[in-house]
Write a protein of this length. Sequence first.
Length: 206
Amino acid sequence: MEHFNTSRRSLATLGLALLLGLCLVTGQAHAQAEPHSRHCILLGMLGGQLPPHCTGESDPDELDPAVAAKLDALRLATVAFHSFDVAVAAGWDTAISECVESPMGGMGYHIANMSQLTNGGHLNHLRPEALLYEPTEDGSMAFVGVEFIVPPADWPHDEPPQVLGQDLVFLEGPQVWGLHVWLGKDNPNGIFADWNPDVSCQFAAD
């Protein structure tokens, strides 16, 4: 595992404070707005990719309204993490994979919050164990989604763990239960698909 240099934290903490302040101001200004409206407003201000429902396009995933509402809350909870430095300052600071891709698509880098990952298998739909980042041509990291992870030692049950109304899948490679959720970059295969054909490691550092 690679632990990111803590020397970046002072600048990133300032960015986190500014973004949280922005969230607070925007939340007050749009207190009557639906949660998805608030995160669409924040994403627009931060320059993030807007999901289909923010642009008036139809969403290919037909989801139960309760699941859709939780997804909107998760989008709002992770909107500041479109900034990689802010995510690091907030505790998602440990790379638990190289940039991952396959003929089926990519996943990017998995950047974990170790406190969340080692909490005994307790899933919180607003605090994913890992954030997914795609390396870009200019050297920055683009937020593409999250992954909920449960180590098998923390799940001594026959049925799979669940979050957001979905069963986690046992991933043979890393030997963990996992569920990918593509919040930052649309996935033509579905928001909960394992691989995203539009994510690549083309610009990953050697």
